[in-house]
Design a protein around this ligand. Structure first.
Ligand SMILES: Cc1cc2nc3c(=O)[nH]c(=O)nc-3n(C[C@H](O)[C@H](O)[C@H](O)COP(=O)(O)OP(=O)(O)OC[C@H]3O[C@@H](n4cnc5c(N)ncnc54)[C@H](O)[C@@H]3O)c2cc1C
Ligand SMILES: *[C@@H]1O[C@H](CO)[C@@H](O)[C@H](O)[C@H]1NC(C)=O
Ligand SMILES: *[C@@H]1O[C@H](CO)[C@@H](O)[C@H](O)[C@H]1NC(C)=O
Ligand SMILES: *[C@@H]1O[C@H](CO)[C@@H](O)[C@H](O)[C@H]1NC(C)=O
Length: 448
């Protein structure tokens, strides 16, 4: 073989579109694997994160530990010690599931934190890597070629369009992914949205705002995630930022977005609407919702897609919400996106030096990533949908059975709120995606 066709896999030009959790995790995972040419393009002008909390389960802490950013995250986060599932209308506890030994069982804790804590730590990790170049305020307009070399057209906020050629394109451009739409169009198919019928309010209350109310303070000072459930609706809440902020997020029937199925994702909502949606919830919930200043209520449409026909085309792979958007009820969306990036870095590293210019090898390698991740992520997306359905049951036999199961407090190994269910936790939290990638790569590659 002539020397000129040999190269080093770490010199492949990796282009990442989108600097959300998926994009940041992907860029950092490639840098840690020794890749030397990683460009990240992000439409936003900076990583100004919407104020929001996020759960960081042990499976993602395992990946973040390998990426060298877990200490910074742990310093600020809350270590979850249990969960309390309550009847929204009365505050009566349906189940209390202790989770004292998550760290012992899975090697890593289950944390809740501020979204900016997770993203900021990933970003700080990236900034220490000279291999990673960020291009903010730059939007992907279109992908002009998927294979053999992906070519992309970008539009900077204040400048003319320009073209970029990559060896591999990793598209973590979120649920509205331009790359996904184009990839599927080129393959003669589309991504079908599945209407969840659900929307969410997100609220953050400060210690100052809660200080006058002992019942609220007790929630803020606890290490417990609380879920108040009612028919078709629930509210989940937990402390973040060293117990200085109480984070609430809800799920309720979507009445405001149904008409605009694809354009609008968030909207300023009315406080009186919010209060009326939860009118029959208990006084404690009411007092908290009432603390939100008028005009600061935000509502999100919760969106998911049917499983895509494929995540890979040519030398292009989709990552995170671009390929498996999920309902939040299992708290695994960001975790899955970060795991995707770690698995991609692992499999791409295995491309042999004499195959770096072989489009078929690159496509097959990316397909191994899809084979590793798609069944797992699809199962989690389904489980989140299922859990939402069970949490939102109205009066009847099914709900009675659910509440009977709740009363076992997880002792039987299963809880109807799948997020808190020991059997589901075991399946998700013990998953070591990087180890699995290394163990399964050759076998899966050979099947293609
Ligand atoms: C209400 C709610 C609560 C949630 N709670 C949790 C939780 O507790 N735990 C959890 O793990 N997950 C949670 N999630 C899910 C989680 O937020 C997402 O799954 C995760 O952020 C997906 O990351 P991503 O990088 O794939 O996409 P995104 O975070 O959406 O990032 C996509 C990025 O790409 C950029 N972009 C898009 N298009 C272009 C373009 N054309 N050119 C350049 N850049 C572009 C965007 O600006 C954005 O920065 C929640 C989601 C919702 C809606
Ligand atoms: C990019 O950001 C601009 C300005 O915030 C916004 O109007 C536009 O919709 C964004 N484009 C994409 C693809 O996200
Ligand atoms: C609060 O918690 C939910 C559920 O885990 C999370 O997804 C959301 O981003 C948080 N919202 C706010 C305002 O903190
Ligand atoms: C969005 O929905 C409208 C109708 O509701 C439809 O005409 C339009 O084509 C859709 N756009 C995309 C990008 O799917």
């Amino acid at each position: 073989m002539p020397h000129s066709t040999m190269g080093d896999v770490r010199d492949l030009r990796i282009v990442v579109v989108g600097a959300g959790m998926g994009g940041l995790g992907t860029a950092l995972a490639f840098a840690k694997r020794g890749f030397r040419d990683i460009s990240v393009y992000e439409n936003a002008s900076n990583l100004g994160f919407v104020g929001a909390g996020i759960q960081m389960p042990p499976n993602v802490m395992r990946v973040l530990h390998r990426l060298g950013v877990s200490a910074e995250i742990e310093a600020e986060a809350t270590d979850v010690k249990g969960t309390s599932i309550r009847k929204g209308s009365t505050n009566e506890e349906l189940a209390h599931v202790e989770m004292p030994d998550i760290r012992e069982k899975y090697g890593f804790p289950h944390l809740t934190g501020h979204r900016s804590n997770l993203a900021g730590s990933l970003y700080n990790g990236c900034k220490k890597e000279p291999a990673i170049k960020f291009h903010f305020a730059t939007a992907l307009v279109k992908v002009t070629s998927f294979s053999p070399k992906p070519t992309l057209v970008f539009k900077p906020r204040d400048g003319p369009e320009f073209q970029v050629e990559a060896d591999i394109l990793l598209a973590s451009d979120g649920i509205k992914s331009v790359t996904r739409t184009q990839m599927l169009a080129e393959l003669g198919t589309v991504s079908e949205e599945e209407d969840t019928g659900q929307a969410a309010y997100r609220i953050m209350l400060t210690r100052e705002e809660m200080a006058h109310d002992p019942e609220m303070l007790a929630l803020l000072d606890s290490d417990t995630v609380v879920r108040w459930v009612g028919e078709k609706r629930h509210i989940i809440a937990y402390p973040v930022s060293n117990h200085n902020i109480y984070n609430l997020s809800s799920a309720q029937p979507d009445t405001h977005f149904a008409a605009a199925t694809n354009a609008t994702y968030t909207t300023k909502a009315s406080k009186s609407d919010m209060l009326s949606v939860y009118h029959d919830f208990c006084p404690l919930v009411h007092r908290m919702l009432n603390l939100v200043p008028d005009g600061e209520v935000c509502e999100w449409k919760l969106r998911i897609h049917k499983p895509l026909p494929t995540w890979v085309h040519g030398s292009v792979a989709l990552v995170g919400d671009a390929c498996h958007p999920t309902l939040p009820h299992l708290s695994q969306g960001a975790a899955m996106a970060i795991e995707d990036g770690a698995v991609l870095a692992e499999v791409v590293s295995k491309i042999p030096a004499d195959k770096l210019n072989d489009p078929e090898t690159i496509t097959k390698t990316l397909k191994v990533y899809e084979l590793l991740r798609k069944p797992h992520c699809s199962a989690l997306v389904d489980l989140a949908t299922h859990s939402g359905r069970v949490l939102h049951l109205g009066e009847g036999k099914a709900k009675e059975e659910r509440d009977r199961l709740f009363k076992e407090n997880g002792k039987s190994g299963s809880v109807p709120d799948k997020w808190a269910s020991p059997d589901v936790q075991k399946m998700i939290y013990s998953n070591d995606c990087v180890k699995e990638a290394n163990e399964q790569f050759e076998r899966l590659f050979a099947t293609l």
